[in-house]
Structure formats: structure tokens, C-alpha cells
Write a protein that binds this ligand. Structure first.
Ligand code: WQD
Length: 340
């Protein structure tokens, strides 16, 4: 099948392109290269020995979107990753986030609803739950008021899709609510490339151990958790990528009894910050230097997924462990920094 992947040179997008190609699909990538580079396309080529079609397009430019779809009117599916995703930046630049994350979604939907049938996977996030009241978090858990414009764009994006699917019965959509994506492809040819100082835990750990950053600051050890540090559901990016292929094939094979569905994508297991540090040290035989620092504004105490729906209805389950992710994350860091 022919699949458009927007944001296909990003962290999760590039790993998903690899798994789509591995599953035998033809892939067309759109990316504006604002948070990626053509090196990622070369990495995909080296891994799969296939060079997917790529177009550099800023999806905020409506005429460019219309032109693309006029030239690609035979798409069997779309996976829409393209969005800005830095929580902190979204607080400083809300209009950039509302324009880039929502206007682009509307432009794409205006094109897909012209087609007689379209299948779309939307990149959503566990952020929509905020601090959920019950663990593990189910898809039916209430969506809480967003704690950042980024999180709000994911909530609003889901509402746009749900409302559009009510009117266009030939538009089939699955929103995947990711928990915390980490790790890299086993080849170490693609991975997470945060620009500037990493805000997320795992890339900060790998850059700290590589000597690019100072010691890790653990943002608080006085939370009501077993070891006092926050708990998250860290999912290997390759498992997450495979979930996208399974979800898109579910739509393309017409397996759904409703045309809008939501699935949590996580491991179903919570790990604390200190447990992540321990997993890195166990996996790589290296010490992570850290200090306990004050809590970070906006952090939820605990978030991990109830994966029953994904396991039993989607037919997907994560396979890789936290240590697998730590090993691949470190191998990627060594590749990028040319460390032996
Ligand atoms: C994880 C834990 C921090 C850095 C974010 C986005 C979310 C989603 C996933 C896109 C927390 C602690 C972190 C550090 C630390 N992204 N930490 N020192 O905040 O759970 O989720 O990424 O969809 O939308 O919000 O991930 O990796 O930033 O933090 O102690 O230097 O690690 O306090 O407990 P988070 P994270």
C-alpha cells in the first residue's frame, strides 16, 4: 500500500517509515526539516535499502498541501506526525503551536475528505490525560484541562478528527496516545536528535554520559512514589513504530466497526526516574552522574498505560524492555558523537 508519512524524518516518524517499508508498504515522506535533517533519510535508506520519496513541504502553506495531494491522489493511508512537540516551548510560543499543529491538520483533512476513502493515523499523546486519577490509565479516563498549549493541540486535534469522522463516514481514523517514547533503532543509524539542551530524560542521560552535558538533574525525589521520583511508561520507539503499522493496516483492511478509535500505546509498566537511571547503568555498564534537584513545574507524579485495548483489539503489544531501549539509546549517542 502507498502511505504518506508527514513528519517522516522526525524521531518517531523515521522509525515508523522503517517499519512500514519492512512490512512491504511504499512510503512518501513530507517533512519541513525544522526539527530533522536529510541525514535521517540516508539512515532510512541504509537500514531498508530503499530510498523513500521525500518532499520538503511546510504544511502551513495551504497551496503546497493542495498541490501535493493533486499529485498523489492514490494514497492508501496517511500517518500524520508533523507537529511541534516541545512542551516548554509551546508555553512561550502558543500561536506557533496552534498554527503548526492544528492548521496543518485541517489542511490535510480538507484534502482527504475529497477522496472516496481515506485512512489516517494521528499522533496523539498521554499528555491529554494530565494527572489521571487512576493507574493504569485507560482510554476512557477523562481528558483533563491541558497543562500546556502543546498538550492542548493534541486534545483539540482529537476533537477535530472525531467531529470530522462523524460527517465523513469514508474517513477512518485512529488516534494513538503515546506514552514516553525512548531508545533508537538497533542499527544506531536513526534515533532521537533533540535540538539544544534535551528537555526529556533519556536524551539528557545519554548526552550527560557522553560528556556533552553536566550531571543529570533529577527533578524531585519527594513525590508520593516508592523511591520518591516520578513514574512514567517508557516505550521503545521501535515498538511504538510497529503499533502505527498495525493500526494503519487495521484501517486499510476495514477491520473497524467505527470510523474513529483511540488507543493507548505504552508498555503498561511504570518506571521511576531512578529506575531508568539504573536500567541505563545495567544495560551499558556505565555510571550516570546525577544530583537531586527541585521539582519541575508541570510534571505529573505518575502516568502509565492500561494497554488492554491495544493488546486485545488492535492486536499489538510492546516487546522490547527498558534495558533494550537504554542500550539502543546509548549506541545511537555513540554513533552521533563518533564515540567508540
Ligand atoms: C520524564 C521524567 C521528569 C528530564 C514529555 C512530554 C510528553 C511526551 C513525552 C510528546 C519526569 C524527569 C526529565 C531531566 C528529570 N512528549 N526528568 N530530569 O515530561 O513525562 O513527557 O515527553 O508527546 O508530551 O511532556 O517526559 O522525559 O521530560 O520527563 O528528572 O533532565 O523524567 O521530571 O519525571 P515527560 P520527560
Amino acid at each position: 500500500m502507498k502511505v504518506l508519512v508527514t513528519g517522516g524524518l522526525g524521531f518517531i516518524g523515521s522509525h515508523t517509515v522503517v517499519e512500514l517499508i519492512n512490512a512491504g508498504h511504499e512510503v512518501v515522506i513530507i517533512d519541513d526539516l525544522s526539527n530533522s535533517s536529510l541525514d535521517v533519510l540516508q539512515g532510512i535508506h541504509k537500514i531498508t535499502e530503499i530510498l523513500p520519496e521525500f518532499e520538503k513541504i511546510d504544511l502551513r502553506e495551504k497551496p503546497r498541501v493542495e498541490d501535493f495531494f493533486s499529485r498523489h491522489n492514490n494514497l492508501d493511508g496517511i500517518i500524520h506526525f508533523a507537529a511541534s512537540k516541545a512542551v516548554g516551548e509551546s508555553v512561550q510560543k502558543p500561536l506557533l503551536y496552534y498554527e503548526n499543529n492544528l492548521t496543518t491538520l485541517v489542511y490535510i483533512l480538507q484534502q482527504t475528505t475529497k477522496l472516496n476513502r481515506q485512512n489516517l493515523i494521528f499522533s496523539s499523546s498521554c499528555t491529554v490525560y494530565g494527572q489521571a486519577d487512576e493507574m493504569p490509565i485507560k482510554e476512557e479516563s477523562p481528558v483533563k484541562p491541558a497543562e500546556s498549549p502543546y498538550g492542548n493541540t493534541k486534545q483539540i486535534g482529537e476533537e477535530i478528527l472525531r467531529d470530522t469522522c462523524k460527517v465523513y463516514e469514508d474517513l477512518n481514523v485512529i488516534s494513538l496516545r503515546y506514552f514516553n517514547p525512548i531508545g533508537a533503532h538497533e542499527s544506531a543509524l536513526i534515533g532521537e536528535l533533540p535540538i539544544g539542551v534535551p528537555q526529556n530524560l533519556v536524551p539528557f542521560i545519554t548526552q550527560s554520559v557522553a560528556g556533552i552535558r553536566g550531571e543529570l538533574s533529577v527533578f524531585g525525589d519527594d513525590y508520593p512514589t516508592p523511591d520518591g521520583t516520578c513514574i512514567r511508561d517508557y516505550i521503545h520507539v521501535v515498538d511504538l513504530a510497529k503499533a502505527h503499522v498495525v493500526a494503519l493496516e487495521r484501517l486499510m483492511n476495514g477491520k473497524t466497526d467505527q470510523n474513529y478509535e483511540v488507543f493507548n500505546v505504552g508498555t503498561g509498566k511504570g518506571s521511576s526516574v531512578l529506575e531508568v537511571i539504573q536500567a541505563f547503568e545495567n544495560a551499558n555498564g556505565l555510571k550516570v552522574n546525577y544530583r537531586i534537584a527541585p521539582r519541575r513545574e508541570g510534571d505529573v507524579i505518575m502516568a502509565y498505560a492500561d494497554t488492554t485495548k491495544s493488546n486485545e483489539i488492535l492486536g499489538w503489544k510492546s516487546q522490547l524492555t527498558l534495558e533494550d531501549a537504554m542500550r539502543s539509546a546509548w549506541n545511537w549517542e555513540k554513533y552521533v558523537r563518533k564515540i567508540d
